[in-house]
Design a protein around this ligand. Structure first.
Ligand code: ATP
Length: 379
C-alpha cells in the first residue's frame, strides 16, 4: 500500500468533508502598531488532533497561540472553538490551557502541591483534588516524587510536573509553546514520545508551537508551516516532506536538491524537464506545470543513488565528480559536482558494514533517481 497519509492510520478528519472543525482561525489578522504579525490567516484544527505550528523565529506562531489562549485579541477575523466565537472571553473562561516551561513551577512547593495549585484555586473540594493529583502523578510516572521540590528533580522530571499541572484541570485544548526547549537532545526525544502517549491517553487536542522541524515531524498529526504571519502549507509530516507545495516549504523541512529548469514536454504519463544547465530529467508527477513554464525539480538526498558506473536501468542519470564525502555512521553523505557545475547532495544508508562500491574524493560518479523520486514545483 502506498501512502502519504498520517501515521495514525484511522485518524484523518481533515480528509472527511463531514468532519466538524474544532478550532477555526477565520481570516485572522493581528497587528502590533503598524506591524502585521499574523496576516489574514485561516486554519482549521480537529478534535483530538496533535497540531504543530512550525516556523522561523518571528513568523507569528506564538502570537497565534496567544490569541487562542485569550492573552491577545485578533485585530480582525474570528477564532472559533467548537463553533463558539471566542472574542471577549477571558483566558480563564476558555476550555484551553497553556503549558509553560518547567521554570514556571513554584520552587517552594512540592510536586503534588504544584499540581494541586490550580485545582484548589478553582475551588475543587479537597478529596477530589487529592484524587486528581494522584491520577496526574501516575499519568506522568512521578508517583514516588510527589513530596520533592522542583530543584530536587531532573529537567525531564520537572517538565513532566509542568505537564501534569497543565492537564490537571482537564482542559479540552492544551497549548504548548516550545514545550521541550529547555531539555537536551536525548531527553527531548524521550519526552516527545511521552507527550504523544499522553495526548492519546487523555484524548485532548494539542496545539504545539515549535521552530524545531524534527520535533514537529515526530509528534504532529499535521503541521502548519508559517512564514511572515501566513500559512504556507498545512499537511501531514509525510506530505510536507514528500510533497511540499512550494520551494519555501521544501527548503524549510529537511535537505533538498533543487534543479531550476523548464517543462520541455508532457507525454501521457511523464514530464520531461530541461534543467537550466542542460540536464534532462524525466518525472511522472509534473503534469500540473504547463509546458514551457519555469519550474524547480526538488529531490531529497536519500532518493538519489550514487554509483561509479551508470546504472543500466536508470531513467535519470547525471554524471559528475565526488566533491565531498562525510561518513556519519548510519549513513554516508556525498556532495557530487555535476559536469554542468551543480552540486548535488545524496545520502546512502549504510545498511551493511562494508560498501560494495566505495567512492571517494575526485572519483567520477553517477547520480541516478527514479521518475517518482522528486516533485515539480511551480512556485
Ligand atoms: P519565536 O519563535 O521567536 O517566539 P514566533 O514565531 O513565535 O517567534 P511571535 O512571538 O508570534 O513570533 O511574534 C511575531 C512578530 O510579532 C515578531 O516580529 C514580534 O516581534 C512581533 N510581536 C509579538 N508580540 C508583540 C508585541 N506585544 N508588540 C509588538 N510586536 C510584537
Amino acid at each position: 500500500m502506498k501512502s502519504l497519509g498520517s501515521i495514525r492510520r484511522d485518524f484523518a478528519p481533515w480528509n472527511d468533508p463531514n468532519a466538524k472543525p474544532y478550532i477555526q482561525f477565520d481570516k485572522v489578522t493581528k497587528k502590533f502598531g503598524d506591524f502585521t504579525a499574523v496576516n489574514n490567516l485561516s486554519l482549521t484544527i480537529f478534535e483530538r488532533e496533535f497540531f504543530a505550528l512550525l516556523g522561523a523565529s518571528g513568523c507569528g506562531k506564538s502570537t497565534l497561540l496567544r490569541m487562542l489562549a485569550g492573552f491577545e485579541e485578533p485585530s480582525a477575523g474570528r477564532i472559533l472553538l467548537d463553533g463558539q466565537d471566542l472574542r471577549g472571553i477571558p483566558p480563564y473562561k476558555r476550555p484551553v490551557n497553556m503549558m509553560f516551561q518547567s521554570y514556571a513551577l513554584f520552587p517552594h512547593m512540592t510536586v503534588e502541591k504544584n499540581i494541586a495549585f490550580g485545582l484548589k484555586q478553582e475551588g475543587m473540594p479537597g478529596a477530589d483534588v487529592e484524587k486528581r493529583v494522584a491520577e496526574m502523578l501516575k499519568l506522568v510516572k512521578l508517583e514516588q516524587f510527589a513530596k520533592r521540590k522542583p530543584h530536587q528533580l531532573s529537567g525531564g522530571q520537572r517538565q513532566r510536573v509542568a505537564l501534569a499541572r497543565s492537564v490537571a484541570k482537564r482542559p479540552k485544548v492544551l497549548l504548548l509553546d516550545e514545550p521541550l526547549g529547555a531539555l537536551d537532545k536525548k531527553l527531548r526525544e524521550e519526552t516527545q514520545f511521552e507527550l504523544m502517549d499522553l495526548q492519546q491517553e487523555l484524548g485532548l487536542t494539542f496545539v504545539v508551537v515549535t521552530h524545531d522541524q524534527e520535533e514537529a515531524m515526530t509528534m504532529a498529526d499535521r503541521i502548519a508551516i508559517m512564514d511572515k504571519g501566513e500559512v504556507m502549507q498545512v499537511a501531514t509530516p509525510a506530505e510536507i516532506y514528500e510533497a511540499p507545495a512550494s520551494r519555501f516549504v521544501a527548503h524549510f523541512v529537511g535537505n533538498v536538491n533543487m534543479f531550476e529548469g523548464k517543462v520541455a514536454e508532457h507525454t501521457t504519463s511523464t514530464t520531461r524537464i530541461t534543467g537550466a544547465t542542460g540536464a534532462q530529467i524525466v518525472v511522472d508527477n509534473g503534469s500540473n506545470a504547463a509546458a514551457g513554464s519555469d519550474i524547480v525539480f526538488a529531490i531529497r538526498p536519500e532518493k538519489i543513488r550514487v554509483s561509479s558506473k551508470k546504472p543500466a536501468d536508470a531513467v535519470n542519470a547525471l554524471e559528475g565528480e565526488i566533491y565531498d564525502v562525510a561518513y556519519l555512521g548510519d549513513m554516508t553523505v556525498y556532495h557530487i559536482k555535476l559536469d554542468d557545475g551543480q552540486i548535488v547532495r545524496a545520502s546512502a544508508l549504510n545498511a551493511s558494514r562494508v560498501t560494495e562500491d566505495p567512492l571517494t574524493w575526485n572519483d567520477r560518479a553517477w547520480v541516478s533517481f527514479r521518475p517518482d523520486a522528486g516533485v515539480v514545483l511551480a512556485r
